[in-house]
Design a protein around this ligand. Structure first.
Ligand code: ADP
Ligand code: MG
Length: 316
């Protein structure tokens, strides 16, 4: 199977959408940006053996790559428009490709991201790059800058499940099988908070999606906004599975330090109602940096950091 056969068989036909003028098959795709809106774009790459185990189900690999990229659109409050996919593969295995493209297709329709183009190359390991495009009314996108002293710090969903799943995958922890299934699903099938992000336009003063770790990502809001953030550890919401963990400190460390949850963290000016399903976990104050009443939470993972050992979080 050559490159063109592969593209035709697995990656065409997912390219229909209201903003798509021209999809797969030409030298480039053409997208329509509605009048009065701006284009928002981001790219995310995952590498086999680094971001996901080599024996991960290919459906999950495809789905998760798209979901993680879509989460950046959620954090900006953007409406999804389209995506492109750059794929590097050691070999063209039909079973793998069928499953992988099913995962991509499921996510494409779940998040309204038609696949309008890409690139397919041979290489030593599976590498998946998803570039997403979205639109937002001019000047209204959510940014990391904008938090002000007196704002409340709010998060969607629950934290730490993906970090717990990584511990499970690394065989450092063996939960009850049903709990393990739940955690792996949270890791492999993240749900980017696209609707929430759009609902926060003109409401939140700053926003970020949590991919590196809650405290680390709040640190990005604090730095960009030139403020400090105080987090109350006990207020950070945990899933039932993590609440039932025999060692509450471990569960708490996963929630504060682990990445990959793809929830939103944002700041709300005083008097703004907290959206349903969201929790207040702290406040914005004068100063710099993030403080938390529980010390020694693991920092988020940083690529190429001299002291990064790659354990515990996203972006390995
Ligand atoms: P070019 O050589 O002009 O860059 P390619 O031969 O790489 O084009 O790709 C042919 C068409 O197939 C293009 O429209 C490209 O966007 C699309 N394409 C290539 N790989 C993928 C992929 N993995 N997923 C979706 N579309 C793809
Ligand atoms: Mg070309």
């Amino acid at each position: 199977m050559d490159e063109f056969e592969l593209i035709g068989r697995y990656f065409t036909g997912l390219d229909k959408g209201p903003g798509v003028v021209l999809g797969v098959g030409d030298d480039a795709a053409i997208l329509a940006v509605p009048a009065g809106e701006e284009l928002v774009t981001s790219v995310d790459t995952v590498v086999e053996g680094v971001h996901f185990p080599a024996d991960a189900f290919p459906e999950d690999v495809g789905y998760r790559a798209v979901a993680a990229a879509a989460s950046d659109l959620a954090a900006m409050g953007a409406r999804p428009l389209a995506m492109t996919l750059a794929l590097t593969l050691p070999a063209a295995e039909p079973l793998w490709l069928t499953a992988f493209s099913n995962g991509v297709g499921t996510a494409a329709s779940a998040f309204a991201l038609p696949l309008v183009g890409g690139d397919t190359t041979r290489g030593a390991a599976v590498v998946v790059s998803v570039q997403v495009f979205g639109t937002v009314a001019e000047g209204r996108a959510l940014r990391r800058a904008g938090a002000r002293p007196g704002d409340r710090v709010v998060v969607s969903g629950t934290f730490g499940d993906a970090a717990a799943a990584l511990e499970l995958l690394a065989e450092r922890w063996r939960p009850d099988p049903r709990d393990g299934e739940y955690l792996l699903r949270r890791f492999y099938r993240p749900q980017p908070r696209l609707a929430l992000g759009q609902a926060l336009l003109d409401v939140a003063s700053a926003a970020i999606d949590v991919s590196d770790g809650l405290l680390a990502d709040l640190g990005h809001i604090a730095a960009a906004s030139a403020v400090a953030i105080d987090v109350e550890a006990a207020a950070v919401p945990l899933s039932g599975v993590l609440r039932a963990h025999p060692d509450p400190q471990t569960a708490r460390a996963w929630a504060l330090g682990g990445g990959d949850d793809y929830e939103l963290a944002f700041t709300l000016p005083p008097g703004t109602p907290v959206p349903p399903g969201c929790s207040v976990i702290g406040e914005v104050v004068r100063g710099r940096g993030v403080t938390c009443d529980v010390p020694a939470a693991a920092p988020g993972y940083r690529h190429f950091a001299a002291d990064g050992d790659g354990r515990e979080s996203d972006d390995r």
